[in-house]
Design a binder for this molecule. Sequence first.
Ligand code: SF4
Length: 65
Amino acid sequence: MRVVVNRRLCIGAGMCVLTEPEVFDQADDGRSVVLDDDPSPERYDRVREAEQACPAGAIQLVASS
Ligand code: SF4
């Protein structure tokens, strides 16, 4: 799984960071940055939770080929 954040859509709500701080962080401008864009499978559930929790629809999960 690849994790992508569209920073133009991100409104800095921080839900992703609260849900999975090993994968997401907030930059100085408050918007999300991806710390680990290829997380290990044990993190998938929380990454999916973060995607669902994002109020801006800014998180995209791409299946690895
Ligand atoms: S939850 Fe969505 S809007 Fe909020 S910081 Fe994360 S990516 Fe941005």
